[in-house]
Structures are given as C-alpha cells and as structure tokens.
Design a protein around this ligand. Structure first.
Ligand code: AP5
Ligand code: MG
Ligand code: ZN
Length: 218
C-alpha cells in the first residue's frame, strides 16, 4: 500500500501519517521533515532550503524528488509508504511516477484532506511537537495527557516550527492553492482520489483513513 496524503498546511497530514505508522507499520515520507532535518544538520540542501522554507515558499522540485528517491532506496521493498507533503507540484507528481516505477511500487490512493482554510491558522499557530521523538501536539486540540510530558517517549522538551507564524502560513496556503491543488486532476483521471472531511475531529479523520487503507468504500 502506497498512499499520498494531500492537503493544505495544517490539514492534518503529519498527524494522520503518524497514526498509520503506529498502527500499520507503514513508513511516513515527509519532505518537510526531511528538509527540516537537512536545515538542522546544515547540509548543502539544508543551506539552500532554509530561507525558502522560512518564507513559506516551495523548495525546488529536483531537491525534494531526490530526497524521496533516496529514502525509497534506503527503505527497500518492505513497508507501505505514506507520502506526506510530496508531491506538491505537477512536476513532482510526474517525477513520483518514475521514481515509484523504478522501485517497483505503485500508487494505491491519493487521499485529500478537505479543510476549511479559516481553521488552519489556529491549527498551525497552536502546533508543537516533542523535541525527542517528534510526536505532534496542539495547544488546544491534542495536548499531552500529562502537561509537559510526551505521551509517547516521556520527554519533557517540546519545540515549535519557525514557519508556523500567521504571515508564513498565508504564503504557504497561497502556494498550496497555486501549485499543489492543480495536481488533483492528474490523479483524478486515474480514479484513485479519495476525499475525507479534514474538519472532523482527529479520531474521526483517522477512522475514515483507516477504512480507505483497508480498501473499503468510504
Ligand atoms: P511541510 O512540513 O510539508 O508543511 P505543510 O504542508 O505546510 O504542512 P504542515 O506540516 O504544516 O501541516 P500538516 O497537514 O502536516 O498538519 P499537522 O498534522 O501537523 O512543509 C514545510 C515547508 O517545507 C514548505 O513550506 C516548503 O518550503 C518545504 N517543502 C516540503 N515539502 C516540499 C515539497 N514536496 N516541495 C517543495 N517544498 C517542500 O496538523 C497541524 C496541527 O493541527 C497539529 O497541531 C495537530 O495536532 C492539529 N490537528 C490535526 N488534525 C486536526 C483535526 N482534525 N482537528 C483539530 N486539530 C487538528
Ligand atoms: Mg506536516
Ligand atoms: Zn516524545
């Protein structure tokens, strides 16, 4: 099973991908996470991407497609993959076809998280994550059971993303509308797009996603 989670910033792609990883042993390939790791490690890719990400614009197609190709090579044939935040342009969608074919994989579903843009700023400005294990949280919608302690690893350090401010979020949304939403017709023509109400609560969204992954009609 190989699926793409598609949706604007704050739609819940990362949140839901983490749950599929925990429950089904799938692998989450998030180009955003890969780029943030590269920025932190100050690799050549990271140095190039840092300012672009802080502005909320898209990093080049070549960079992100190379990251995905490398991750799939490292992964081998074993686990199913959830693409989170990739592809984001028609050019990336075309590259992904070639990359998947070269790894003997094919795409099962493109799941679009349908959300109301007005809610996304609140979701994003309230987001934080565990600095140790990366588990995602929200000030209002998903707090640790015990304040200040990560549910998953027991860590006490949390962090926020530098691009999670209202101004950058607006740019990220505009980029999504202009460059990413146009990839939907590309996949609709193949009949593999499934739409989920991303405004439902986190567990309800997971339930809808689970039924897609199980191959059942939603
Ligand atoms: P990336 O890291 O992919 O960011 P994004 O697409 O803007 O998406 P987010 O991670 O902000 O949102 P999400 O959908 O994962 O939401 P989450 O689940 O965390 O990309 C960052 C940057 O890297 C880009 O701007 C670009 O510069 C670059 N980049 C990355 N990939 C690229 C590519 N392929 N090409 C070019 N450039 C690329 O949820 C958000 C919050 O809401 C959380 O706190 C969560 O707890 C909460 N929440 C989630 N679901 C719900 C719900 N149903 N109800 C209430 N709260 C919810
Ligand atoms: Mg994310
Ligand atoms: Zn943790």
């Amino acid at each position: 099973m190989n699926i793409i989670l598609l949706g604007p910033p704050g739609a819940g792609k990362g949140t839901q991908a983490q749950r599929l990883v925990d429950r089904h042993g799938m692998r989450q390939l998030s180009t955003g996470d890969m780029l943030r790791a590269a920025v932190k490690a100050e690799t050549p890719v990271g140095l190039q991407a840092k300012a672009v990400m802080e502005r909320g614009e898209l990093v080049s197609d070549e960079i992100v497609s190379a990251l995905i190709d490398a991750e799939l090579t490292a992964l081998g044939a074993s686990a199913g993959v959830i693409f989170d935040g990739y592809p984001r342009t028609v050019a990336q969608a075309e590259s992904l076809d070639a990359i998947l074919a070269s790894h003997d994989r094919s795409l099962d579903y493109v799941v679009e998280l349908d959300v109301d843009e007005d809610a996304l700023v609140e979701r994003i400005t309230g987001r934080f994550s565990c600095a140790t294990c990366g588990k995602g949280y929200h000030d209002k919608f998903e707090q640790p059971a015990q304040p200040g302690t990560c549910d998953k690893c027991g860590g006490h350090d949390f962090k926020r993303r530098p691009d999670d401010n209202e101004e950058t979020v607006r740019t990220r949304m505009a980029e999504y509308r202009a460059k990413t939403a146009p990839i939907l017709p590309f996949y609709e023509a193949r009949g593999i797009v499934r739409r989920i109400d991303g405004m439902a609560d986190i567990d309800a969204v997971t339930a809808s996603l689970e039924s897609i992954v199980a191959g059942a009609p939603v």
